[in-house]
Ligand binder design. Structure first.
Ligand code: ATP
Ligand code: MG
Length: 589
């Protein structure tokens, strides 16, 4: 007799279902890109609530970006509309902020403490050290040592102590404090640990491969060794080592939580077969999951090969991207798409929203933006940096902080425009055009966030302080997405270009610098992350000559490209393209 599938497990494959149905205890879900990790996690939570009677307010789900948290909340609202509001779905930093708001007195803060942005941090450190140049040099170092402990020289120790003391005097916390202070509070107070463990008895963490030492300490405090903690991720997508993340925490999950079950997901719902095979070949020399099984699912009537193209320089590369998009637009390339697949653009033809162009360094966006401007293509550009680090955003935030109580604007978008007029009225005529370009590009970036926040200015300010640029990405906007490879994590697009696939950029290397094995492995994983964003078409391009930081340098193709077997890609710099180029030139004449 067939047993009916519980409602919340419908739409999951057998492995996903097993992972979602497991009731209690620690669980590690190891799975490659596009296997439905995020999907499984949301269904699991919904199932716990509806089938096992778990109280939603006892569920804590942690992700790494506010965007990812937002998407999980949306999906949970669909699955369990009446209960979703009671769940806590958040990032480590936003969770830490919540703890601090509740326990501010224990941390020596008033109820009105503020989160310092980088400009404020620099001011504080400058005040402590007495000179701005040293402050600029030491500030990034302070973040590094706090996220992953390492030996410090006496100068750094002194600077850190003085800086933290002064921050507290000013009733400020910084970004690193948001996780660090809750850890200190919990480590100092066993009763508090008990209280939090009772409050959040069901904990899940997505993208666990990118957890850093401080976040790990927080998780261990919240989750007892035999607790209901689900970690989900893919060691081969660990790409944030430079920020202090350590994939070692993923690899030792079974030691930390000895009773843990491990479940693998092996079906990839995202990418066409050649793309998936190519990506697996690319990561293999550095893989942390040597026995990985990853198979494409679904009908692939005419799977396309990966396109590899060499351009003479970065402008020609950008022209290739534009020309290729032009060829795809309005075409019925995806007409035969299997409608059972998830993303529902089965009615043929691609739009700008279906295309992403990925690159290793943010500076590579310049040539693309030029080409897009000329072609009249709309785009949105996002890096993985924090929002407040983007020029213009900080000015807007400062302006909003000081102006908001007095001049209450009807809604956030209006307040933003006012803030920009912001700022401009005080700018000298000389600098005005540059500043206004910065500010309006920032406003454009914040467009969807601002709309989302409606009239809740305080929420918007918090989004700005805690958010990453990529949180502002609007997947529905009819624009091409220009993204750093890091920012593209977790996302998917029917058509993906990775530009700058060449020695020096992928793997990235400062001139004259040698890459360690670990650095090289991480670069390779980053390439893997990029390739696996693609659903139907993937183009890898490189330039024979490129201007980089004002200097021209010649480059050969990325060594990662030579990991690809000839059967998964086509070289696109053959006759077809050359003839086409000649036609373009004729048209120009
Ligand atoms: P990444 O490692 O890139 O974060 P992921 O493992 O989190 O990937 P998801 O984003 O959850 O993968 O899913 C990838 C795609 O596959 C999504 O479009 C999702 O809707 C689809 N998908 C996942 N599981 C299934 C399924 N059982 N049936 C149909 N589609 C699915
Ligand atoms: Mg995911």
């Amino acid at each position: 007799v067939a047993v009916p599938i519980p409602e919340m497990l419908i739409g999951l494959d057998p492995d996903q279902r097993a992972a979602a149905a497991l009731r209690s205890g620690p669980l590690l879900i190891v799975a490659g890109p596009g296997t439905g990790k995020t999907r499984t996690l949301t269904h699991r939570i919904a199932h716990l609530v509806t089938e096992h009677g778990v109280a939603p307010e006892q569920c804590l789900a942690i992700t790494f970006t506010r965007k990812a948290a937002g998407e999980m909340i949306d999906r949970l609202h669909t699955l369990i509309p009446d209960r979703a509001r009671e769940l806590t779905v958040t990032t480590f930093h936003a969770f830490g902020l919540r703890v601090l708001r509740e326990r501010h007195r224990d941390a020596g803060l008033t109820a009105d403490f503020q989160v310092a942005d980088d400009a404020r941090r620099l001011e504080v450190l400058t005040e402590v050290l007495g000179d701005e140049q040293s402050a600029r040099r030491i500030l990034p170092e302070l973040s590094r040592v706090r996220r992953s402990p390492q030996p410090m020289d006496p100068e750094t120790v002194k600077a850190l102590d003085g800086y933290l003391a002064r921050l507290r005097e000013l009733d400020l916390v910084d970004f690193d404090d948001l996780v660090g202070l809750p850890v200190e509070l919990l480590e100092a107070d066993p009763d508090l640990v008990v209280e939090f463990r009772e409050r959040y008895r069901w904990i899940s963490v997505d993208e666990y491969q990118d957890i850093d030492a401080m976040q790990y300490r927080l998780l261990r405090l919240l989750a007892p060794a035999g607790g209901n903690v689900t970690a989900i991720g893919d060691p081969d997508q660990a790409i944030y080592r430079f920020r202090g993340a350590d994939v070692g925490f993923f690899l030792r999950f079974q030691q930390d939580f000895p009773s843990a079950e491990t479940i693998q997901l092996t079906r990839n719902y995202r990418s066409d077969p050649h793309i998936l095979t190519g990506a697996m070949q690319a990561v293999r020399p550095s893989t942390l999951v040597p026995d990985r099984v990853l198979m494409p699912v679904g009908d692939h009537p005419e799977p396309r090969k990966i396109g590899v193209h060499e351009a003479p320089n970065e402008h020609a590369e950008a022209a290739f991207v534009t020309r290729t998009i032009d060829g795809l637009l309005g075409g019925s390339s995806f007409h035969s798409r299997d409608s059972g697949r998830a993303d529902g653009d089965g009615d043929g033809g691609i739009g700008f929203a279906d295309v992403a162009v990925l690159y290793r360094t943010a500076a590579q966006a310049e040539a693309l933006m030029d080409a897009f401007a000329r072609a009249g293509y709309p785009y949105q550009r996002h890096s993985h940096d924090r929002l407040v680090e983007r020029p213009g955003v900080r000015d807007l935030l400062t302006e909003l902080t000081f102006a908001s109580p007095a001049t209450a604007a009807p809604d956030v978008p209006a307040a933003l425009r006012r803030a920009a007029e912001t700022v401009l009225a005080r700018t000298s005529t000389l600098e005005r055009s540059e500043r206004s370009a910065e500010l309006y590009s920032a406003i454009d970036l914040l467009r969807s966030l601002a709309a989302e926040c409606g009239s809740d200015l305080e929420r918007f300010r918090q989004e700005l302080l805690l958010g990453a640029e990529v949180d502002a990405l609007d997947p529905r906007a009819d624009r091409v997405s220009l993204l750093t490879l890091h920012a593209a994590k977790g996302l998917e697009f029917p058509v993906v270009f990775i530009v700058g696939c060449e020695e020096g950029l992928l793997p990235f290397r400062w001139p004259g610098e040698d890459l360690g094995d670990e650095d090289l492995a991480e670069e390779r994983r980053l390439f893997f992350v990029g390739m696996t964003r693609a659903q139907r078409m993937l183009y890898l391009t490189h330039a024979a000559e490129r201007t980089w930081r004002g200097q021209s340098r010649t480059g050969s193709g990325s060594p990662f490209l030579s990991s690809l077997d000839g059967s998964v890609y086509d070289r696109l710099d053959g006759e077809g393209v050359r003839r086409r180029r000649r036609v373009d030139q004729l048209t120009l004449m």
